[in-house]
Design a binder for this molecule. Structure first.
Ligand SMILES: N[C@@H](CCC(=O)N[C@@H](CS)C(=O)NCC(=O)O)C(=O)O
Length: 227
């Protein structure tokens, strides 16, 4: 590797979470575009990095990493500022990071890729999935142990959450159901995330447009495609 870190990405994909974290800590990295229009994530070359055929991958001096949550944790372990170092604050931040990875993100995937989860009525699955997502967002909105949610600065869980709020507003069929006003704390979070310096970089590199997390528009990336 010519650069210590290499992010395999597609615009507005889960790689955006990693990009935000890397830019938040100022870590130098290279990007490698995964051509989703050509199903590059299922190519033999990519599957050799991530046999799951999913984006992102981060190549690191410690090896090839996949799974967004694991990558965010790795970045946080190597750069100060994304997670509390120890104690109850770290425990709570890890709890929510894993919740985002194991609970909210998989539910979002059922909305974005219903055909991968049912051979039956995809739209019916989407209807129940929207209800599940809203219930999960209400749980997060009420969390008493998530100060990262109210911070103006990015953290590992915040870098995971902000893109998911964006995707919920943009993808997954009819998006009229999604209204951040129902979760005012998450709305305030998204407004703050709009102003991160890492967000400004992603607005350029991935064409995210204005207010990318609180009131997003479909992206106009300089290269690649979202799907
Ligand atoms: N559990 C995986 C999920 C990643 C994921 O869903 N990536 C999407 C892009 S946002 C993807 O690669 N989709 C392509 C596909 O499903 O074929 C992670 O956290 O990294």
């Amino acid at each position: 590797m010519t650069s210590p870190l290499r992010l395999h990405y597609a615009p507005d994909n889960a790689s955006l979470c990693v990009r935000l974290a890397l830019d938040a800590v100022g870590a130098p990295y290279e990007t490698v575009l995964v051509d989703r229009a050509a199903r590059g994530q299922k190519s033999q070359r990519y599957l050799a990095l991530n046999p799951n055929g999913l984006i992102p991958v981060l190549e690191t001096p410690d090896g090839v990493l996949f799974e967004t949550g694991a990558i965010l944790l790795w970045v946080a372990d190597h750069h100060a500022g994304l997670l509390p170092l120890r104690g109850p604050d770290r425990a709570a931040a890890l709890k929510w990071l894993f919740w985002l990875s194991n609970t909210l993100h998989p539910t979002c995937r059922m909305l974005f890729y219903p055909d991968q989860y049912t051979s039956g009525d995809a739209e019916a699955l989407r209807v129940t999935t929207r209800e599940r997502i809203m219930a999960q967002l209400i749980i997060l909105n009420a969390a008493h142990d998530a100060p990262w949610l109210d911070s103006q600065q990015p953290s590992a869980p915040a870098c995971y959450l902000a893109p998911m709020l964006r995707w919920l507003a943009l993808y997954g069929g009819d998006t009229a159901w999604f209204d951040l006003a129902r979760t005012p704390r998450l709305l305030a979070f998204a407004v703050a995330a709009n102003t991160w310096s890492a967000t400004a970089i992603a607005q350029t590199t991935e064409g995210l447009g204005p207010t990318p997390f609180s009131a997003p528009h479909l992206p106009h990336p300089p290269e690649g495609s979202t799907t």
